[in-house]
Design a protein around this ligand. Structure first.
Ligand SMILES: C[S@@+](CC[C@H](N)C(=O)[O-])C[C@H]1O[C@@H](n2cnc3c(N)ncnc32)[C@H](O)[C@@H]1O
Length: 265
């Protein structure tokens, strides 16, 4: 997919905060090996290296533009390696002490088998830590599916519509508990307060353009008129669902699901 690191990082604070909250719950003192699945811009990989400077850390992503940003973010960190690979086919050569993944695994299907498989890559006594968005029932996300499935857009965009990829917290607990010593699953809704943008774009449109809209906008690449029209339809829905506050900011509640599982020693 055509990820744009600049667009993604426009809301760096809001995107990084759940990763920091997740990291705070990882109960490992000194993992020797860490893998950051879907490392993107490498900003989270850098946080992992800061917490465990002696660990060998591998960041994996299948977007070259995101990895280019990650290489710059992790320059000067000799124990960080970055690999261009597809997570769908990922299995480590040897079990890993910590598998960490922030805002990436929702791009992969079939979590009932994916999560136990990823947990199976964790070494005895190690941990799996995952954060995924859980906002798929909110207007920011339902509007994308509604518009892409509409008569106007379904021929070009219908195939990009996906079912909500993230399951309930209870499901993750049930899927992982048989394989783990402990499983902690929780959800948090962050009340994100987005500032008005100088260019007048609705900040929720801009926020979602950096993530969930990526596969839709990719299908319209090279057709600026269609892209403008699609974003226009989306903006109209978003402006109704997320009106500006009196001070010009926009409140964008965003639910996220967290998992921290530890393996038996
Ligand atoms: C929303 S970004 C999150 C990046 C980073 N973890 C962070 O928290 O800033 C999602 C990342 O997952 C990557 N990704 C999505 N599907 C992938 C796949 N099948 N294989 C490898 N990387 C994938 C994307 O390229 C993107 O960089």
């Amino acid at each position: 997919m055509s990820w744009d690191p600049q667009q993604y990082l426009e809301f760096e604070d809001h995107r990084l905060r759940p990763a920091i909250d997740l990291l705070a719950r990882v109960p490992l003192a000194a993992p020797r090996t860490v893998v950051d699945l879907g490392c993107g811009t490498g900003y989270v990989t850098r946080l992992l290296a800061k917490r465990w400077p002696d660990a060998g850390i591998v960041g994996i992503d299948n977007s070259e533009p995101m990895l280019a940003k990650a290489r710059a973010a992790c320059a000067g960190l000799p124990r960080v390696a970055l690999e261009l690979r597809d997570l769908a086919a990922w299995t480590p050569a040897a079990p890993v002490d910590l598998v960490f993944s922030n805002a990436a695994l929702h791009w992969l299907p079939d979590h009932a088998s994916l999560l136990p498989r990823v947990a199976g890559a964790v070494a005895a006594g190690g941990a799996l830590a995952v954060q995924m968005p859980g906002n798929f029932g909110a207007p920011s996300h339902t509007a994308v599916a509604d518009i892409a499935s509409s008569e106007r857009w379904r021929v070009r965009l219908g195939s990009a519509v996906r079912e909500a990829p993230v399951a309930s917290p209870e499901q993750y607990l049930r899927w992982l508990a048989p394989h783990c010593a402990s499983v902690d699953v929780w959800e948090t809704s962050y009340l994100q307060r987005l500032s008005a943008r100088e260019d007048g774009e609705h900040p929720v449109v801009s926020f979602v353009s950096g993530t969930w809209l990526v596969p839709f906008l990719e299908r319209l690449e090279g057709d600026a008129g269609a892209r403008t029209a699609f974003l226009g339809d989306y903006r109209e829905r978003i402006a109704r669902a997320y009106p500006a506050e009196r001070d010009g900011s926009t409140l964008f509640p965003f639910r996220r699901v967290f998992i921290v599982a530890t393996m038996r020693s």
